[in-house]
Design a protein around this ligand. Structure first.
Ligand code: DP6
Length: 349
């Protein structure tokens, strides 16, 4: 017999960034972070998990290619889930798995991203969240989503925020064992549904410095990170929560752009410095800043993760259409400064 479950999980984009760990193996951050979860039909991961007595080892395929599960992050997630697995019974198929059987049974996992994994578009966030969610369903894990987020966190920090829709806060927590470092939903996806996200794919090449090694170097060498984590983010997080609660786009945009810029300043303050944005990223920032100023109130917020691609959050669909016109004008297709593609809603062009 084979028992299977499938789950789909969208990626999330941080508007207050997570950068820096206080514990590398448990993946505990140095500050709280806040993200917006994309619509599940856009950038998402679909994962099917299966268990069968005929399987002789845990195996995983990503976009059809087998990958190794030997890494600590996968092992930590699988261990935590097996520990919490409960009895499963499928009377129709005549299957009964006892709690203790999960230690011996092996799993097969097949995961697909509906966007290029190499494009640097937060694939690990959706990937680990989906893996944990699908396995929790298969193994009848009874924990709530926040407790599951603490398991996904051990796969990749940003993954813990992808278990909820809408706006999500990852509370850094204080406990050494990470038990209070969990994600919570601030508001659901219906709360602010005017917002429209456009991703300008500046380069679909894989980033040179991974988030994991980049943030390790920042923690070791940047004084600015300490100021950011202790002085800036705690206040900014509260202000961001207020802006989200009141759908105050002007404050939301100001805080989002400032936090992205400070994150990249912290990367520059790292020794050796880390450059995630390139000239095109900088031109996009100037273009948005100029437009926002000429309108008198912000129309678009920009944020950049560990790569050159711009995530642009427009205040509504009209602003998104105008933004796209501007981008096409400033970065004409097939010119020297063209972009690789745009991801707009569920379309990629
Ligand atoms: C810049 O979650 O990819 O996207 O925990 O080491 O797997 P690990 O790092 P990861 O880092 C994401 C960093 C970021 C900001 C954010 O998503 O908050």
């Amino acid at each position: 017999w084979v028992l299977m479950k499938t789950a789909q999980t969208p990626t999330n984009i941080a508007v207050i960034k997570y950068w820096g760990k206080r514990d590398e193996s448990l993946i505990l951050p140095v500050n709280d972070s806040i993200s917006v979860t994309l619509d599940p039909s856009h950038l998402c991961t679909t994962t099917t998990v299966a268990v069968s007595p005929a399987f002789h080892q845990d195996r995983m395929w990503l976009n059809g290619k087998e990958i190794s599960l030997s890494g600590g992050r996968y092992q930590n997630c699988l261990r935590e889930l097996r520990r919490r697995a409960c009895e499963v019974e499928d009377k129709e198929k005549g299957i009964k798995i006892e709690k203790k059987d999960w230690e011996k049974l092996h799993l097969h996992i097949a995961s697909y991203n509906n966007f290029p994994t190499a494009a640097g578009l937060a694939s690990s966030a959706a990937g680990f969240a989906c893996l944990v969610f699908a396995l929790a369903k298969l193994m009848n894990v009874k924990e709530d989503d926040s407790q599951l987020s603490a398991i996904a966190r051990q796969g990749s920090g940003s993954a813990c925020r992808s278990l909820f829709g809408g706006f999500v806060k990852w509370i850094m927590g204080k406990e050494e064992d990470g038990s209070d470092s969990v994600a919570v939903q601030l508001v659901d996806e219906k709360h602010w549904d005017d917002l429209f996200i456009v991703i300008a794919v500046v380069s679909s090449r894989q980033k040179e410095t991974s988030s994991t090694s980049g943030m390790r170097e920042t923690v070791q060498t940047s004084l600015l990170l300490q100021h950011r984590a202790k002085e800036v983010v705690p206040k900014r997080t509260l202000q961001m929560e207020e802006a989200i609660k009141h759908r105050d786009f002007a404050s939301f945009a100001q805080l989002t752009c400032a936090d992205s810029n400070q994150f990249h300043a912290v990367c520059l303050d790292t020794s050796p410095p880390i450059f995630y944005m390139n000239d095109t990223s900088h031109k996009i920032i100037s273009c948005v800043e100029k437009w926002n100023r000429s309108e008198g109130s912000p129309q678009v917020a920009y944020t950049f993760d560990a790569g050159p691609n711009a995530v642009l959050i427009a205040r509504n669909r009209k602003a998104a259409a105008q933004l796209l016109q501007r981008l096409l004008f400033h970065f004409p297709p097939n010119s020297d400064s063209d972009l690789d593609s745009y991801v707009i809603g569920d379309k990629s062009i």
